[in-house]
Design a binder for this molecule. Structure first.
Ligand code: GRG
Length: 299
């Protein structure tokens, strides 16, 4: 199967599973919270993180239900982060995945609660007994996701981002600062998605570390591509407002280094990601293609 077809198939499987989980564990579909959660979680999105869970787990032949639960849980955390990031007090966005953001379609308090409920649902999905799952695997996954999402992970990255924008600190952001911010805000969850396959497959520490390294480089490439899309992309194709970083004077690798140097960093991150997979040989062909996709994506 072609890479794009694999990505689309993974997105469909994740969405179907997420829909079933929302019916099983989420609020009623005809209530405000249930509707808003479904609006945030089921409409669009590349489902790149679930794809990474599915493909990293495929290296170890993990049972389908376990894989889809982990994929759906990580996507719930991702969707929550987008809903909260879009809020007026954060990035203040009107458009996400080509449609009005949750606080625009509903209102701010509903968007806050929708994010809260999606974040919590992620951990409920991982903790509920299902299939052949082993409790120690569940605990490992819960720990990895909590670390990636929390105050030493994505939330800290978001904090750095907002401190820079709203408080002007640090006064002169360095490339190292931006790299750390990216590693936390974007890289941590992407790395967790890659590592999840190894956790589910009870892989060796060496294999697990290799997938984590791959995810960290991939996350960096993904973020630079995001900044390039903000600088050069078309709102219609990207599905969210573009040109915001420059307009706000935000420090990114693109605004600090310029488009050409940022693109060189992106290519290096893609190479580093691919090199991290060498011990898997040809079995990692799809993950190698995923690195190319992250670097060259148009939305
Ligand atoms: C609110 C705690 C908290 C964190 C927010 C995700 C995030 C952190 C901010 C989003 C801002 C942003 C543009 C980050 C850059 C990388 C990124 C996460 C892009 C969005 O992910 P995609 O491209 O989106 O995978 P889809 O819609 O395809 O799922």
């Amino acid at each position: 199967m072609e890479f794009v077809q694999r990505l689309e198939a993974a997105a469909r499987r994740t969405e179907d599973h997420l829909r079933a989980l929302l019916d099983e564990c989420g609020p009623a579909a005809n209530g405000r919270l249930g509707d808003a959660m479904r609006y945030a979680a089921l409409a669009g999105g590349k489902r790149f993180r679930p794809f990474l869970v599915i493909e990293s787990a495929a290296l170890f032949g993990v049972e389908e239900r376990m894989v889809l639960d982990a994929a759906a849980a990580i996507e719930c955390v991702h969707c929550y982060s987008l809903v909260h990031d879009d809020l007026p007090s954060m990035d203040d966005d009107n458009l996400r995945r080509g449609q009005p953001t949750v606080h625009r379609a509903y209102d701010e308090w509903t968007a806050i609660l929708t994010g809260d409920a999606l974040l919590t649902l992620a951990f409920e999905i991982l903790a509920q007994p299902a299939g052949q799952r082993d409790a120690s695997v569940d605990v490992d996954l819960v720990l990895a996701l909590a670390k990636a999402a929390g105050g030493r992970g994505m939330v800290e990255g978001q904090m750095f981002d907002l401190e820079a924008e709203k408080l002007g600190t640090p006064e002169t952001p360095t490339i190292d600062h931006i790299r750390k911010l990216h590693a936390l805000k974007t890289g941590a969850l992407i790395a967790c998605a890659c590592e999840a396959g190894a956790i589910l497959g009870r892989a060796t520490a060496i294999d697990r570390a290799a997938l984590r390294r791959y995810g960290e480089h991939l996350g960096f490439a993904f973020q630079i591509a995001d900044d390039l899309l903000d600088a050069e992309g078309d709102t219609e194709i990207v599905g969210k407002e573009t040109g915001k970083d420059n307009a706000r004077g935000k420090a990114t690798l693109v605004t600090l280094l310029g488009v050409d140097n940022a693109r060189a960093c992106l290519e290096e991150a893609e190479r580093d990601a691919v090199n991290s997979l060498h011990l898997f040989g040809g079995r990692a062909a799809t993950l190698i293609e995923a690195a190319r996709f992250a670097a060259q994506r148009a939305r």
